[in-house]
Write a new protein. Structure first.
Length: 369
């Protein structure tokens, strides 16, 4: 009992809980009502995984919150892929919830989202395959006891789903380490003359940005090992507003910000600015505008609102206003100090200035820039 109290207290002080802990109640309720067939080693059936991701009301009356707001078919294809022997590659522009979907899929399927390899320019083969405990290696020589299993190897042994984030950030020669694992479902250990074979339930979810700087293209051989699912940007303003609203509420609670929840109108303005600059045309379709080099993703919109809430809470009256979000918007738009500054100035003077109900935002942005 004391141990459980300690665990609960620890979880409440964490800045960001793992999905399987944060939504443990929902996963438990789904397990209770889930009578459908489950693939080997899956905690939930594909139907229950879909319900967990997209939200819905269970027969018991329990309400499951939506984790992904968007096209249901995209998630159905992703889940169906994982029921086969194919790995899943989630691609899209930055900020389209690839990592978020990946984490929640592994939490629902394996009950463990921590089997994670974070791709960087410095990711080595050892991070994907295995490493060595050099103290044991020098003392006893090569043995399974001296081997340090990677998250991918542990996923193979346990029949779970591993995550590889930012696959295209990993150097091309290291990426190809995955080919044997994905095609043969085995990981050779030549130093010991042994191999680790994948148990049923093993799969890989990789994420990659399709429009970003500093990425390495996947080889054709590796691409063929994946089923690729493209996560699109939100189709409508309302959809994007709903995503921003939900994530801001969640992060606001975790960060214990004393500010009031932001007014929908303020979120609408931020989302509208981002969507118009992304698409190169105003929402009414009347004015064409230039697009900046920045991606202006939904994730960045969430960040702008959160930063504004922090400003309002600690240095304002606690209510989110135009002056609180102006610097965040400008910081998100202007990544190239020369080119983007011209684009932003033009948008500010031709679009923002002309909107009667945006006068406060125009003044705030003028003061900052």
């Amino acid at each position: 009992m004391a141990k459980n109290k300690e665990e609960i207290n620890k979880q409440t002080t964490l800045l960001r809980e793992h999905a399987e802990n944060q939504f443990a109640e929902e996963l438990e309720e789904l397990q209770k009502v889930d009578k459908r067939q489950r693939p080997p080693n899956w905690k939930l059936s594909p139907w229950a995984v879909m319900t967990y991701l997209m939200g819905g009301k269970l027969d018991s009356g329990f309400e499951v919150s939506p984790k992904y707001i968007g096209d249901k078919r995209v998630i159905e294809i992703a889940i169906a892929t994982l029921t086969t022997d194919r790995a899943l590659l989630l691609i899209g522009v930055p900020g389209t919830a690839k990592s978020w979907v990946s984490e929640h899929l592994t939490a629902a399927i394996s009950g463990d989202s921590k089997l994670l390899i974070q791709g960087t320019a410095g990711t080595s083969e050892e991070a994907i395959r295995y490493g060595w405990n050099y103290a044991k290696l020098l003392a006893d020589g090569p043995s399974m006891g001296a081997l340090v299993a990677s998250p991918l190897m542990r996923a193979m042994e346990d029949g779970k789903v591993a995550r590889v984030e930012e696959l295209t950030r990993i150097p091309a020669d290291v990426q190809d380490t995955l080919i044997t694992i994905l095609s043969e479902k085995t990981l050779p250990i030549p130093e010991l003359g042994e191999e680790v074979q994948a148990n049923k339930g093993f799969s890989v979810i990789a994420t990659a940005n399709d429009r970003d700087k500093g990425v390495n293209d996947l080889s054709s051989a590796l691409k063929r090992r994946f089923n690729t699912v493209v996560l699109p940007l939100p189709k409508t303003v309302e959809e994007e507003i709903e995503i921003v609203k939900k994530r801001v509420e969640s992060l606001g609670k975790a960060l214990e910000l004393p500010a009031e929840p932001p007014a929908l109108e303020e979120i609408r303005r931020i989302v509208t600015v981002f969507r118009e600059l992304r698409s190169g045309i105003t929402e009414d379709g009347k004015t064409k505008i230039k697009s900046p080099t920045s991606t202006l993703s939904t994730a960045e919109a969430i960040s702008v609102v959160n930063s504004g809430m922090a400003l309002a809470a600690h240095f304002g009256n606690g209510s989110l206003s135009a002056s609180d979000v102006a610097s965040g918007i400008i910081g998100a738009v202007i990544k190239d100090p020369v080119q983007d500054k011209v684009v932003w100035r033009e948008y500010l003077e031709t679009v923002v200035k002309e909107r009667d109900d945006w006068k406060d935002l125009y003044r705030a942005c003028r003061e900052v820039s």
